[in-house]
Design a protein around this ligand. Structure first.
Ligand code: CU
Length: 464
């Protein structure tokens, strides 16, 4: 199948959570179809989303504490917005079946333009809902101001999700063959059961003419698969990571070439892709990723094929361009040096045992007080330590952070992200940007392997 683009919409959006009548799986319904839209937002506007929980009272799916309860809500991943209701609040805003939530999310004028995403975030049920595909892309318009060449390119939005190919499913091997799943390639010992889909399709074809340059915006919406993306014989020219143009804090940095890019669950990359010059078919693949001895298998597979051809057939209709100049936020060198060189202001330690998953030895409880407090207006030095035998992607709501040191070794090219993989047994040092008063309130940080989050690897932070 040729890759298709989901419907693209602006505020206001009406979205319903439903269950598939046959499989019982959760799904997002938009304008009568089970295809989650790409939500566009312009900086400086308010995004209104009416979210109707039309799921059944009784679920056939299993969540952490038995049958899922089908409660749900929305998280606007990566947006620098308020954590208070009716905005990006996943603690007190919760809809049981039959209830409706009304979101009005103020997107700041200086929100980095790029690719974000929305997904459900009910503690204890996040994993199953995300695995079922209750997620979608958000585009904050205006990225072409950071690289004007993008204006004239075909844009593609690729939402990577999962298809479960369990051993009990007779078609499982067919699917695994279709995407050329490798044998297990890491120290994880279980048999791989997942394959990636793109906008709901297994291994779509993406038309691109020889030497044509297209702008691809990719979100890894899987609850637990890593995507170490590469294209046969071609480099990715990276424009933005986790929604933030790489020059956002450093106007001197434009685009950067990479042979591959690791997207942990929730990670995004926006890159210029060039069609193979000799007109051959190339594939977008994920490479083997070793999740550690206690991790899940994460084998190589083909995600999509680049095929020679004209691209306008599935051209997105909405351009999403914004007039005016690009906004930059350089952080003074002295400020960064000061924050980076002092002892950590806060340390996050991931641990696990057979009873659960923990941050600083505590399992998350919805009624817990904040585990830490931060003063708005400052940069903070946080250290994230992984004391387990598997990887964990660290994510904090409301802000981006600068990853500058790994195991006490300064990184050559520090990078701003909102979700970062923390390797087995390692530590990362990061600079948190808590400068914007818009984030005031109680927010969350957690592991973005959503089954870990459901089992307790999450904590609250109070921004005051
Ligand atoms: Cu984890």
């Amino acid at each position: 199948m040729i890759l298709t683009t989901p419907p693209e919409v602006y505020s206001p959006v009406v979205l319903a959570a439903v269950n598939d009548p046959v499989t019982g799986k959760g799904a997002f319904q938009f304008q009568g179809r089970d295809i989650p839209p790409v939500i566009h937002a312009r900086p400086g506007t308010t995004l209104h989303v009416t979210y109707v929980n039309s799921m059944t009272r009784h679920s056939h799916e299993q969540c952490v504490d038995g049958s899922c309860m089908n409660m749900t809500n929305l998280h606007f991943h990566g947006l620098h917005v308020s954590p208070d209701a009716p905005q990006d609040d996943v603690i007190s805003m919760m809809a049981n079946p039959g209830e409706t939530l009304h979101y009005s999310v103020v997107i700041p004028e200086d929100q980095p333009p790029g690719l974000y995403w929305y997904h459900t975030h009910p503690h204890g049920e996040s994993y199953q809902q995300d695995l079922d595909g209750m997620s979608g892309a958000i585009v904050v318009d205006g990225i072409e101001r950071y690289d004007p060449e993008i204006r004239n390119m075909t844009q593609r939005i690729l939402v990577l999700r999962d298809r479960v190919t369990s051993k009990h499913d007779p078609t499982a091997q067919v699917w695994r063959n279709a995407v050329e799943v490798s044998q297990n390639c890491s120290t994880a010992t279980e048999v791989p059961e997942r394959i990636f889909t793109v906008n709901g399709v297994v291994r779509p074809r993406i038309p691109i003419a020889p030497k044509e340059r297209q702008f691809w915006r990719i979100v890894n919406a899987s609850p637990d698969l890593y995507a170490d993306l590469k294209i046969d014989g071609e480099q990715l020219e990276i424009v933005a990571l986790d929604g933030m143009p790489i020059g956002f804090h450093d106007p001197g940095r434009k685009t950067e070439f990479a042979n591959h890019i690791l997207l942990p669950p929730a990670g995004r990359v926006e890159a210029i892709v060039t069609g193979p010059r000799d007109g051959r078919v190339a594939s977008l693949r994920t490479q083997c990723f070793d999740t550690g001895p206690d991790g899940d298998p994460n084998p190589t597979m083909v995600i999509a094929d680049l095929v020679p051809g004209q691209s306008h057939a599935n051209h997105p209709e909405i351009k999403g361009t914004v007039s005016g100049r690009a906004f930059y936020k350089p952080v003074p060198y002295k400020t960064l040096e000061n924050v980076e060189s002092r002892a950590p202001d806060y340390t996050v330690r991931f641990t696990e045992d057979k009873h659960g998953f923990y941050i600083n030895d505590r399992k998350y409880g919805p009624n817990d007080p904040p585990m830490t407090t931060a003063s708005i207006g400052s940069y903070y030095h946080w250290r994230v330590v992984n004391s387990t035998r598997e990887v964990h992607p660290f994510h904090i709501h409301q802000v981006h952070f600068l990853v500058y040191s790994r195991n006490d070794q300064s990184m050559k090219q520090p990078v701003w992200l909102d979700t970062v993989n923390v390797p087995v047994g390692e530590s990362l040092d990061i600079v948190m940007d808590f400068t914007d008063p818009i984030i005031r309130g109680v927010s969350l940080f957690h592991c973005h392997l959503l089954s870990h989050e459901d089992k307790g690897m999450m904590a609250k932070v109070l921004f005051k």
